[in-house]
Design a protein around this ligand. Structure first.
Ligand SMILES: C[S@@+](CC[C@H](N)C(=O)[O-])C[C@H]1O[C@@H](n2cnc3c(N)ncnc32)[C@H](O)[C@@H]1O
Length: 240
């Protein structure tokens, strides 16, 4: 019977085979991540495809030791979901002004200037301003115990990051040149060899991409800028 079915399917160029354990696990993980998107969709402005790519990438770095840090958290949905896929027992740092984005500068490019000038656009989100309570709630939903919400401008707060706290995953989502540069200057060296830096706005805003290029080139860094299937930019820290 099985052979007959196989032959019929083969005549339509369809091969019947059992899915491998690996495929099964990948599909279970993808479903888990989709559920996380549903859970946190009101706490993030990241579109579903990119959100899922962020989770998949972070999951692939789950065995790297160190803290998880996000700079530019808004309502905290992305880092809360990362906590659910990477592990709730890590230490999490959330840096944000909770006052929205700083004023755009010339270096951020025309598109960014236009975006900030148009306060009526659906993607404006009150200049990306969110109350701190949302991020608190998101991290509580993720049942994370060791969390530090650090309120203030990156230029004032990032230098307070503990000297001995190494980072496994660093996620940058501060949009503009100076915000991105402040994050890289203060935290790039804290990322462990083999750890990862995800850069949300690299393909979106000129200022962000310029900051990444300027920083890497100032450092004469050889780390590669990589791209996930749905366009998430990331850099894996070199092994020394
Ligand atoms: C696009 S939103 C972040 C989106 C968020 N990661 C999510 O999951 O939806 C950008 C955030 O970066 C913060 N931000 C940008 N530049 C900053 C700076 N220089 N200092 C502090 N916060 C900053 C804003 O307050 C805003 O919450």
């Amino acid at each position: 019977m099985k052979d007959t079915i196989k032959k019929i399917l083969a005549s339509f160029d369809i091969e019947l085979r059992k899915i491998t354990n690996e495929e099964n696990n990948a599909s279970q993980l993808f479903k888990k991540h989709q559920l996380l998107y549903q859970k946190y969709r009101n706490y993030t402005m990241i579109p579903e495809k990119e959100f899922l790519d962020n989770l998949e990438l972070c999951y692939s770095y789950r065995n790297i030791p160190g803290a998880i840090v996000e700079c530019g958290v808004w309502r905290g949905g992305m880092i809360a979901a990362i906590a659910e896929t990477v592990g709730k027992d890590r230490t999490y740092y959330l840096f944000d002004s909770f006052e929205g984005l700083p004023e755009v500068k010339e270096i951020d490019g025309k598109a960014a200037q236009k975006w900030q000038a148009n306060k009526e656009s659906p993607g404006y989100y009150d200049n990306c301003k969110a109350e701190e309570e949302y991020a608190e709630k998101a991290m509580t939903l993720a049942q994370v115990n060791k969390k530090h919400l650090v309120k203030g401008w990156f230029s004032n707060t990032l230098s307070t990051y503990p000297a001995d706290e190494k980072i496994a995953i660093l996620r940058l989502d501060g949009d503009w040149y100076e915000s991105t540069m402040d994050c890289l200057t203060n935290l790039f060296d804290k990322v462990v060899p083999g750890g990862v830096i995800l850069i949300d706005d690299y393909y979106m805003w000129d200022g962000c991409s310029r900051a990444v290029h300027d920083f890497l080139s100032m450092r004469k860094a050889t780390e590669r800028i990589q791209k996930s299937i749905n366009g998430v930019c990331y850099i894996q820290k070199n092994y020394d």
